[in-house]
Every structure is written in C-alpha cells, then in structure tokens.
Design a protein. Structure first.
Length: 333
C-alpha cells in the first residue's frame, strides 16, 4: 500500500528528553481485549509501540465477516460502531487522531514541566495517513456487508475525513483492567493482592495530577465514545490510555458543567477501581458498603492532593463540598 505521508513527532519527543522508540522485530505483536483496531509491538529498550487504526491487507470481505468489534459482545459490530460513536470499523479517522495528539502533547508537556519526569501515559510518536485508493477499496468491500443506512453513515464520515494510523508509545506493557478480568495470565501477575493497592495509588496520583495541571479526565461529552478512566483504559502499570477524553478546565465555561464533569470523573474512576478490586472477591455480602468506603477513600486521597497544590480555584472549591453541592443542586434552575 502507498501512503500520503508519515508525520514523526520528533520535536515533541525531544522536548521530553526521550529517544524515538524502536520496535523489537523478533517479538510477536499482541492484541488486547476491546481494542480490536489496535496492535501493540514490543520495543527494544522497553515499553510498547501501539498502532491505532488498521490497514487490512488480506480479503476485506472475509475480514469483516470473521471479526467482531462490538463493545456489547455481539456480532453486529459493523452496524453499531459507526452509528453509536461515529467511528469506522477497524480503522482510525484523521480527526480522531488529531484530537488525541493535540490533547496528549499538551498534557505531556505540562506534566513534564511541572513534575520533571514523563507522565505514565502513552504519548504520540508518529501519524501515518492512508491513501485514497485503499479508502475506495475499503468502501467497496464494506458496501455489501452492512445495512444501507450504516454504509451511508460511513460514506458521509469519509467525505470530510481520511483514514490514518496513529502510533503511541506506552512505557510498559499496556494491559488493562479488562484484560485482567478476562484472566489473561500476564495481567494476573501485574494485579494481585500484593500489588493491587500499589497500582491503585498510582492511578490516584495520576488522576490528582491531571486536576492539578488543569485537565478534567472525563466529561459527559464522551459518554458514548468512552473516557480514559474506564476499565478498558486503566493500565495495570498505573497509567491511563486514550487521552482524547481530557478537557482543559479553561475550556469549560460554566461552573455547573465543571462540577458535573468532576463528579463524573470521580465516579468513573471509582467504578473502575472497584471493579478491579472486586475481581477476586466471591463474597457478595457488604458489596455496597465496600464501594462506599472505597469511594470515600478515593475522594479523601484526591482532595488532599488537590488542596495542597497550586490547583485551579474552581477545582479546589469543588472538593470543599459546600459550594459544589449548592451549585449542582440548582444545576437545572
């Protein structure tokens, strides 16, 4: 296949004091649960290079019929993915990639400036734009494999956009909570009773630092497309993936929306951590009580970090509770 261009983000990587990651050609690539449009390649000096967005070189028609990409676990993935999320099955749109690159670079540079080391989240290393010839082949193969309204939706998306591959670098193997829940052997080694609270501590620290730097991890704007705090994006090395859900605090102009987004972020993080902690617990008794205790613990830990740092005043007010309760109580009035 021919490609229009390959954009390397060398200047950004140089600003972080890093080298361009090189893939270990002898190590087989891996795939992850719920990330079927991504492939992960082990790097020579550690970490993994992720390719987000596939370019299917074998028979497209047979590929569609034999692969499922549906988050609901059924086989009609080609129907739901475009209609629910406005995304292309197995592929990545340039607008998606540009959004993720932009917010990821802003976060990394601000994090590095403040904390003097690289954040434990993936960073972009290159963008590869796929040529129009492949796009035509893809549409021709897709046409007879999905319903007419869905095909028209895909066709409409591609009229104003293009297909690409985004390459991100993960500092460690990017296994997520969802991989651990599926009893993947390696993820079980990374998550057990001896290590689980160390990982939780890393998640809480990263979440707190996002707020300190002025980034809200999740808003209801990404209710359909997902956010970086959900189980499929919480990495067992203590990081988050898919940073395109991040929103700068200065981009949220209404205090009601800010406080709602902070609450949504806290609830998303709590739900994911609770799911992970409960994965090996067969005792359903006192489950609600355990979650209430965890929720209070998470709030207390993040509150202490936020209030003891140079954090945006509106975020600080949220954690002082009285103001946030008053604001959210009258959100619709």
């Amino acid at each position: 296949m021919l490609h229009l261009d390959m954009i390397n983000h060398k200047d950004f990587i140089d600003a972080l004091g890093l080298d361009m990651p090189k893939v270990d050609e002898n190590a087989p690539p891996i795939n992850l649960r719920n990330h079927k449009r991504s492939i992960y390649f082990k790097c020579i000096r550690g970490g993994y290079k992720a390719q987000k967005g596939l370019e299917i070189t074998d028979d497209l028609r047979s590929y569609f019929s034999s692969n499922s990409l549906n988050i609901f676990g059924t086989n009609n993935s080609l129907e739901l993915f475009p209609m629910l999320e406005g995304k292309i099955p197995f592929h990545l749109l340039r607008t998606e990639a540009d959004r993720e690159i932009d917010i990821s670079q802003k976060f990394h540079l601000r994090y590095f400036e403040k904390f003097k080391h690289v954040a434990p989240v993936p960073f972009p290393v290159a963008l590869e734009v796929i040529d129009e010839k492949y796009q035509v082949e893809f549409l021709n193969a897709l046409k007879n494999n999905i319903s007419t309204p869905v095909f028209k939706r895909v066709e409409s998306l591609l009229k104003s956009d293009s297909l690409c591959k985004l390459y991100n670098f993960h500092p460690e193997i990017p296994l997520r909570i969802t991989d651990m829940l599926s009893e993947r052997t390696l993820s079980q080694l990374l998550w057990n009773e001896n290590k689980e609270f160390d990982v939780v501590e890393k998640w809480l620290e990263l979440f707190s630092r996002m707020l300190i730097l002025g980034f809200i991890p999740a808003t209801k704007w990404s209710l359909i497309t997902g956010n970086c705090l959900q189980p499929q994006n919480l990495c067992l090395y203590g990081g988050f993936a898919d940073l395109d859900s991040l929103v700068g605090v200065n981009d949220i102009n209404r205090k009601e929306v800010l406080y709602e987004s902070l609450s949504y972020s806290m609830l998303s993080l709590t739900d994911s951590i609770f799911m992970a902690l409960e994965s090996n617990n067969s005792d359903s008794a006192s489950k609600l009580e355990r979650k209430w205790i965890l929720q209070n613990y998470i709030f207390s830990e993040i509150k202490n970090r936020v209030l003891n740092n140079d954090t945006d005043s509106n975020i600080k007010q949220y954690f002082e509770l009285k103001e946030s309760f008053k604001t959210l109580r009258f959100i619709d009035k």
